[in-house]
Write a protein that binds this ligand. Structure first.
Ligand SMILES: C[S@@+](CC[C@H](N)C(=O)[O-])C[C@H]1O[C@@H](n2cnc3c(N)ncnc32)[C@H](O)[C@@H]1O
Length: 294
């Protein structure tokens, strides 16, 4: 990474803005929702059998939409358990949105939230200082392991908090996805050295296999409309480029050769599929090309 380029994740306001836009233009949360409804209930039933309390940690909760879907499935499967939920999120704007969402959501009477505005490593320090003996039933890290300095140490610490039947859920981009390929090609130029950032599910699988830790894999396919990235000066396009590259103000801070290389890579079949779209608003229908990040 050149010295002019800064890591997007360290600017909480801009990160929040780019993340909101990403959610608007991608099917990411819809893909997660499908997994939460189709696969998690059975997992919860297995973990929660015979329990009266159920403890959860959400690491990198973001604005909480996914957390609340997870909790609603948990409550459906285990209606009589008392749920304790530690929310770990360093970004104030995102945590505030999350609290707002929780306060507006009905049927959470059985859930006791603890708010931790801190990073995963600060939470670990805090937990060790408290010398807590508490064991957890379910811990999830959804699209957050990119932002820790030591992925293996983070996984190892949170695994050590699990009950015998407890489960850790990690969601990351797939190694063979467009994001994985983009990082594979431009890792040196794009990724911040102080955080792992370019990690993918393939890296985690290699780590778990090497450690002899058993795991189950689920594939959650999603796409993102990146058409606006190719409109010079477009505000949304520039925000999206920040989110894709994880670089703050990529359009203006990246050296021209890097920018040209990334744009051409994004347009290539490794990242884009072109889908015709009919515009119905005009008298004569027009066909546009939409670029999909896959
Ligand atoms: C891509 S968002 C995912 C949010 C949420 N899990 C979701 O899927 O909607 C990544 C989240 O990780 C948070 N994050 C960044 N660095 C972190 C760290 N060191 N420890 C914990 N969370 C972190 C960000 O603030 C952000 O909310």
């Amino acid at each position: 990474m050149t010295s002019r380029m800064k890591c997007l994740a360290l600017d909480y306001e801009r990160y929040h803005k780019t993340f909101r836009l990403f959610l608007e233009l991608s099917s990411e949360h819809q893909a997660m929702s499908k997994f939460i409804h189709e696969s998690l209930p059975d997992i919860f039933a297995r973990i929660g059998e015979g329990k009266t309390t159920f403890d959860v940690i959400s690491v990198g909760s973001g604005t909480g939409e996914v957390d609340l879907e997870i909790l609603s499935q948990l409550i459906k499967v285990l209606p009589d358990v008392k749920v304790g939920c530690d929310m770990v999120e360093p970004s104030e704007p995102m945590l505030e949105k999350c609290k707002e969402l929780v306060s507006r959501t009905p049927n959470l009477g059985n859930v006791n939230f603890t708010w931790n505005q801190m990073t995963a490593s600060e939470f670990e320090k805090h937990w060790r200082e408290r010398q807590s003996e508490k064991k957890l039933d379910f811990i999830h890290m959804i699209q957050m392991l990119y932002y820790v300095t030591d992925t293996a140490a983070t996984i190892s610490f949170f695994r050590s908090l699990l009950n015998e039947n407890g489960k850790l859920l990690i969601i990351l981009v797939a190694g063979e996805s467009s994001w994985g390929k983009l990082w594979g090609t431009y890792q040196k130029e794009l990724c911040c050295t102080e955080i792992t950032q370019c990690v993918t599910a393939a890296d985690i699988k290699r780590y778990l296999t090497a450690e002899g830790i058993s795991f189950e894999t689920f594939v959650l396919p999603s796409t993102m409309d990146i058409t606006e990235c190719f409109i010079p000066g477009d505000e949304k396009g520039e925000l999206l480029l920040d989110f894709l590259t994880e670089v703050l103000d990529f359009s203006h801070s990246a050296p021209p050769e890097l920018k040209a290389g990334v744009m051409s890579f994004l347009r290539s079949p490794d990242c884009s599929s072109q889908q015709p779209v009919i515009s119905c608003g005009s008298i004569q229908s027009q066909t546009f090309c939409k670029l999909h990040f896959v």
